[in-house]
Design a protein around this ligand. Structure first.
Ligand SMILES: [Zn+2]
Length: 143
């Protein structure tokens, strides 16, 4: 079973962890730019490195693959595609970045899981709700 709520929550927590604003989080099938998708995490992209941005993209597939060992979804491939484009001039091997992302998913799992469960219940969360529910460690939000 797809863990779309965890997928989108992981994007959100990684974006917050990088000091970015997350403005909208929602799950449910919808069409975006002609493609059917199952969730959205909207965040403000400015002011972080391509590596940090790639890690935000990779966080979604990372948490899903850790929770569902039969995963294989087109939407995930889109995340990998975006991360690959960002990383092609930055790192030689994307698997090392994926491993680092999975480690961080583990350490941030309480925040991801809390946000995912609220998202599953409410289907959509705004910026204020995301901040309240994620309750990121204060040392991550000081910059
Ligand atoms: Zn995604």
């Amino acid at each position: 079973m797809r863990q779309t709520h965890h997928h989108e929550a992981a994007h959100a927590v990684f974006a917050l962890w990088s000091g970015l604003r997350v403005t909208d989080l929602r799950i449910g099938r919808e069409e975006l730019n002609g493609v059917m998708i199952e969730g959205v995490c909207a965040f403000v992209h400015g002011g972080v490195s391509d590596l940090a941005l790639a890690e935000i993209y990779l966080a979604g597939p990372a948490v899903e693959s850790m929770m569902d060992h039969n995963w294989n979804y087109n939407e995930i491939n889109e995340d990998y595609l975006q991360a690959g484009l960002l990383l092609e001039n930055v790192v030689e091997d994307i698997t090392a970045v994926v491993a680092k992302v999975k480690q961080r998913v583990n350490s941030l799992f309480p925040e991801i899981d809390r946000l995912a469960k609220a998202l599953l219940e409410h289907k959509r969360l705004d910026e204020h709700e995301i901040m309240q529910i994620a309750r990121m460690p204060a040392w991550r939000l000081s910059k």
